[in-house]
Design a binder for this molecule. Sequence first.
Ligand code: GUN
Ligand code: ZN
Length: 433
Amino acid sequence: MTDILLGQVLSFDADPFAKGPEAARHEATGAVAIEAGKILAHGPAARIRAQFPQARVTDYGTCLISAGFIDAHVHYPQTAIIASWGKRLIDWLNTYTFPEEMRFADPAYAETIANRYLDLALAHGTTSMCSYTTIHPASVDAFFAAARARGLRAWAGKTCMDRNAPEGLRDTAQSAYDDSKALLHKWNGVDRLAYVITPRFSPTSTPEQLSALGALWGENPECLMQTHLSEQLDEIAWVRDLFPQARDYLDTYEAHGLLGAGGLYGHAIHLTPRERDRLRERDASLIHCPTSNTFIGSGLFDMSLAHTMRVGLATDTGGGSSFSMLRTMAAAYEVAQLRGTALHPSQLWWLATQGSARALRADTKIGNIAKGMEADLTIIDLASTPAIAQASARAQDIWQGLFPTIMLGDDRAIRATWIAGKNTARGAERTKP
Ligand code: GUN
Ligand code: ZN
């Protein structure tokens, strides 16, 4: 069965950080044809309908059809503690995060939260994500099982910590290696799932654990590796105390085989020139988490790095204060403004789709509307609230039409999400037959 979706279609021919807004292609009366989970064709509605006359047609009117959002750094176990008041990073971890993560010793709780998180992500138009879990292997199983049941392309790995975490939330260098390896073999490549080697961050891993996970990455170089880097100044000072031999924070990873292509470094705000150069030389990915960086008071990411490096965009739920990649784009815009740059809507949209896909090295599969790519699509109502509708009504072009939704939109703007060519009936569509 071929499906045709009608609406405004937004896709990218290139990177708008390199080519400007002309990198985007907007078809005002457009269509996307999909079959067997993949995009067959897209273009003007009349041409696509003539090309596939037997197709089942879903008409989304003036809604925008986009590649689904890709959240490149999220902690699904922190779903229930989102928007917890008043702490900076280390305090926040000890007060809210670690006690909550302790609850994932119970596999039934992990299953409940994995399902809750993924339902929230889909309702917000997020079709792929790269998640941390907890130290408990069952928390990884719960996430992958829930993602698999929804047909998602998703990444996750066991979060490893063998020091500076409470009793009950610590593994060891050996058990982190053994458990991660077993989970990698169990889940990596199953359907659309991929395992990510996950040392939480240098303060909670001994050098022995970092080395063990570096060795596992060396044995499985096709896997991604995710961690946190230079998020807050207090954290960086702590890393300096814990690793007196290291040249800088990045060196604590580099010295243990944890720097390379396929490495995802969350936050990466307070980088030294050496760290930037090494990350660029090794073609590593930086993950920008703007709502988290303002919420926890971490600092202002330097988006000029997107001109020369892979940069993905992420909610960092629950250090981040939203499940919405629209809200995350708005925060990225505001943070860049505070550094003197007004990111163009095409750049914001690209970061939340192709940019994150490129950071996750999956940009030939997801993150764009192009022939042969996987049909993970988000359908956006560009007039989802009275405030947005009155602002977008004045729009002279697609960017003016889109920007009020970027700045003011939330899950009410998500009319539908399609995963691998199937309508998930999540988003507002479930209440609008
Ligand atoms: N650094 C280490 N762990 C975390 C976490 O869970 N959230 C954030 N924002 N930073 C971290
Ligand atoms: Zn994080």
